[in-house]
Each structure stands twice: as C-alpha cells, then as structure tokens.
Design a protein around this ligand. Sequence first.
Ligand code: HEC
Ligand code: HEC
Ligand code: HEC
Ligand code: HEC
Ligand code: HEC
Ligand code: HEC
Ligand code: HEC
Length: 283
Amino acid sequence: MAFRKILLFVFLSLALVLIGATASVAEAAEPNDQCLQCHSNKGFSIEKEGKTVSLYVDSNELSQSVHGTNDCQTCHAGMEDIPHKETVSSVRELAAKVTERCQVCHADVNKEYKDSTHGKLAAEGQETAYCSDCHGAHTIVKTENENSLVNRTNITETCTKCHSGEIAESYVESFHGKAVNLGSTKAATCVDCHTDHMILGPTEPKSTVSKANVPETCASCHNTAQPNFAVGSEHWTFEPDGPGKPMYYTLKFFTWLTIATIVLLIVHIELDLFRKYKNAGKK
Ligand code: HEC
Ligand code: HEC
Ligand code: HEC
Ligand code: HEC
Ligand code: HEC
Ligand code: HEC
Ligand code: HEC
C-alpha cells in the first residue's frame, strides 16, 4: 500500500512538472502525451490481486495499430483525473470495461456480439471472451495482416487459449485443422463454422452449429448440403465416453484383431517350422 502511494506521488509530481513545462512551450500538445508521461515508462507497474500488473504502454505499437490516431480516452473513458478516480480492481474488469467502449464505435459488430454466447455472458458480468481476448488491446491491426490475432493463421491459437481440451484436440487432429496448419486458405477454421461474432452453442436454434443448421454451414464450402453432415459429431477424440465412443471401440476392436491375427500367424509359422525340423530328423 505504502509503495503504491509513493509510486502515485512520484508520478503525479513528475506529471505535473512535465504538463506545466509542455503547456508553456506548446499550447497544442497531443492529447495522449499527458497520459504517456506516466504510461510510457517501461517499469511502470502496480500490485493487483497479489500480482504485478504492468501499466506500460508501447506508444509505437499503438501508433502503428488501426487505432493509431485514437485518443487514449476513446477506449479508457473517465481517466482524465490524476490520480485516477475510477480504477479497476482486476485485469479482467479492465477488459470488460474497455469492451463497452469498443461496442460504441463498432456498432455493426456489436449487433452480433451482444446476442452471442460470449456477448450475453459479458453483459451478465461473467467470465467470457471480451473484444480484447480475440483482438488484443494496443496492437490491433487489419484482419488481413498476419500479425492479427484473428487472421486465419492465428485464429486456432486465439480460440484454444480458452477452449482447450477435447475441442482443441479434435480440431487440430481433424482434416480441416491439419490443412489449416499446413497453410490451406480454404479448409475450415473455428470461425468458418462458428462465425466470428454471432457465436452460439449447438443447443441454440439460431446457431450455425445447431443440428438443423449444420448441413447448410458445411455446404458453404462443400457444394451440396448433405443431411448426414449433421449426424456425426464434429468435436470428438478417441475416448471411451462422449461423442468419440463408437470410434474408440472400433479402434480398440481392430487393434486387438490385428494383434490376435499376428500372434496366430507367428504360432502357425513356429509349428510349421517345428514339423519340418522333426520330419528332417526322421530321414
Ligand atoms: C483501441 C482501444 C485502446 C486504446 C486507443 C488505448 N487502449 Fe489501453 N487498453 C485497451 C484494452 C482493451 C486494454 C485491456 C487489455 C487486457 O485485457 O489486458 C488496455 C489496457 C491498458 C492499460 C493497462 C495495462 C495493460 O497494458 O494491460 C493501460 C495502462 C492503458 N491501457 C493505457 C492506455 C493509454 C495511456 C493509451 C493512450 C496512449 C491507451 N491505453 C490507448 C484498449 C485501448
Ligand atoms: C501521474 C501519472 C499518470 C498519468 C498522467 C496517467 N496515469 Fe493512468 N495510471 C496511473 C497509475 C498510478 C495507475 C494505477 C491506478 C490504480 O490502479 O490504482 C494508472 C492506471 C491506468 C489504467 C489501468 C486501469 C485502471 O483502472 O487501473 C489505465 C487504462 C490508465 N491509467 C489510463 C490513463 C489515461 C487514458 C491517461 C491520460 C488521460 C492516464 N492514464 C494518465 C498513473 C497515471
Ligand atoms: C471470439 C472472438 C472474437 C470476439 C470476442 C470479438 N471478435 Fe471481432 N473478430 C473476430 C474474428 C475471428 C474476426 C475476423 C473475421 C474474418 O476472418 O474476417 C473479427 C473481425 C472484427 C472486425 C473487422 C471486421 C468486421 O466485421 O468489421 C472488427 C471491427 C471487430 N472484429 C471488432 C470487434 C469488437 C468491437 C468486439 C467486441 C464487441 C469483437 N470484435 C469481439 C473475433 C472476435
Ligand atoms: C473511437 C472509436 C473506436 C474505438 C473506441 C475502437 N475502435 Fe476499432 N476501429 C475504429 C476505426 C475508425 C477503425 C478503422 C476502420 C478502417 O480503417 O476500416 C477501427 C478498426 C478496428 C479493427 C480492424 C478492422 C479491420 O478492417 O480488420 C478492429 C479489429 C477493431 N477496430 C477492433 C476494436 C476493438 C477490439 C476495440 C476496443 C478494444 C476498438 N476497436 C475500439 C474505431 C474505434
Ligand atoms: C467444420 C466445422 C467446425 C469447425 C472447424 C470447428 N467447429 Fe466447433 N463445433 C462444430 C459443430 C458442428 C459443433 C456442435 C457439436 C458437435 O458436433 O461436436 C461444434 C461445437 C463447438 C463447441 C460447443 C461444444 C459443446 O458441446 O457445447 C465449442 C466451444 C466449439 N465448437 C469451439 C470450436 C473451436 C474453438 C474451434 C477451432 C479450434 C472449432 N470449434 C472448430 C463445428 C466446427
Ligand atoms: C477468453 C476466453 C475465450 C476465448 C478467447 C474464446 N471463448 Fe468461446 N467461450 C468462452 C466461455 C467462458 C464460454 C462459455 C462457457 C462455455 O460454454 O465454454 C464460451 C462459449 C463458446 C461457445 C458456446 C458453447 C456452448 O456450448 O454454448 C462457442 C461455440 C465458443 N465459445 C466458440 C469460440 C470460438 C470459435 C472462439 C474463437 C473465435 C472462442 N470461443 C474464443 C471463452 C472464450
Ligand atoms: C470454409 C470452408 C469449409 C467449411 C465451412 C467446411 N469445410 Fe470441410 N473441408 C473444406 C476443404 C477446403 C476441405 C479439403 C477438400 C479437399 O481437398 O477435397 C475439407 C475437407 C473435409 C473433409 C475430409 C475430406 C473429404 O472431402 O472427405 C470432411 C469429412 C469435411 N470437410 C467435412 C465437413 C463438415 C462435416 C463440415 C461442416 C460441419 C465442413 N466440412 C465444413 C472446407 C470446408
């Protein structure tokens, strides 16, 4: 606590001196300069929930992003008071707070996001994917750019940060997952089947992956919609429980069948050799 106060005091004094100096030199300073007087210091950090949270912002990265000309306050409203009056208590709370700002400017995207599973959970204040979880914060670039977290070369990693386990494994092992990993520009990524912002779980009728809509979803690439596209499960792994059960027991069956066949074959050859040896001995 004491350390935090000292830190605040040091930066506050520093800022006041610098603000005074810049104001007297040039009236029209860039609006972000004031914020960067504290936040461009590499070691600038604070303790939150027992962890050290960096408060450093790389202004070069920000200026090269699609939001290079944004004022800080477009995403961080209400921070003009120094020391700040309305601070958050955790990093996740900050992600939730900024999401509300993204939603204001990107109204088109928000029309879809707010009705999605992720968006509904965000509105309820529950753990979910906020805008910055898929896009980043100060480094957002155009989707076509290979550095974009939502570019097709990075989207698997972005979604599986949270959807690990069976979902991630089954996709990476699937035909689509392997092809995308090898650089295919046509095979399905997570968002080709789930959409980018209108993501809903399979039990929601409007979802692109509900039983009724799966054929159409696959048909966007596989010319004709075949009803049997919806019969199997998309995400399955070789496990005795869950959607992979039939494939698991089929694999087990054929594995043991192969082992049994080879064992019998070896026994047969051994017996045959033994008889030939015996017969040779009789002569
Ligand atoms: C396009 C929106 C946007 C702009 C513009 C923006 N920020 Fe951020 N900022 C974010 C988001 C989103 C986060 C939260 C990231 C997270 O979830 O960890 C963040 C986090 C922060 C943090 C917390 C530390 C961190 O990096 O997570 C600070 C401090 C900060 N921003 C300061 C600034 C300053 C100063 C400016 C202007 C120079 C600025 N931001 C401009 C979106 C923005
Ligand atoms: C005098 C130094 C100073 C200046 C100038 C300053 N900040 Fe901060 N900023 C801080 C400190 C200290 C914290 C940590 C506050 C806390 O969490 O208790 C902080 C935290 C933040 C955070 C993290 C989120 C949060 O609520 O803790 C953001 C975002 C932020 N500042 C944005 C800005 C913006 C935008 C400006 C310009 C309008 C600005 N800051 C100017 C010192 C400063
Ligand atoms: C679950 C991950 C995810 C979340 C959460 C998310 N996005 Fe996206 N967003 C994507 C993907 C993936 C694309 C790229 C789609 C493509 O390949 O064209 C995208 C594209 C975009 C685009 C550019 C294309 C367009 O549709 O205009 C904008 C702008 C955008 N998102 C803003 C937002 C905002 C604002 C939020 C929060 C309200 C948000 N996104 C939340 C995944 C996400
Ligand atoms: C003050 C308004 C404003 C805010 C706030 C804002 N954006 Fe943007 N955003 C823009 C503008 C303007 C563009 C550039 C549009 C263009 O060049 O086509 C843009 C571009 C983008 C793009 C790139 C779209 C593409 O064509 O690939 C993404 C992604 C994006 N914003 C996401 C976000 C996210 C996430 C947040 C919150 C962290 C956010 N924006 C906050 C105005 C804003
Ligand atoms: C070829 C289309 C396709 C691709 C690619 C795909 N999914 Fe799915 N996903 C589905 C279908 C269909 C379902 C419905 C349940 C099922 O069949 O397994 C589903 C279900 C889900 C569920 C809900 C699981 C449940 O049981 O409630 C999540 C979460 C999910 N997918 C995430 C992902 C992620 C993350 C990726 C990328 C790593 C991905 N999906 C790639 C088609 C796809
Ligand atoms: C920051 C973490 C995070 C990221 C990143 C994320 N999600 Fe989610 N997602 C969640 C949480 C939390 C839920 C709600 C709990 C659940 O169903 O797993 C959810 C729910 C879902 C559901 C609905 C599951 C159901 O059964 O109702 C789908 C489908 C889904 N996400 C797909 C995706 C895809 C595709 C991406 C990438 C474009 C993605 N998610 C990125 C955290 C995340
Ligand atoms: C974004 C486009 C896209 C979507 C959506 C898509 N696929 Fe594919 N899929 C491909 C491509 C491309 C290939 C590789 C085709 C080839 O080389 O023959 C492929 C290959 C496959 C294969 C293995 C190869 C084969 O032709 O037998 C299966 C099975 C498959 N997809 C099923 C599905 C199912 C089921 C869905 C819907 C849940 C689906 N796909 C959705 C693009 C897509």
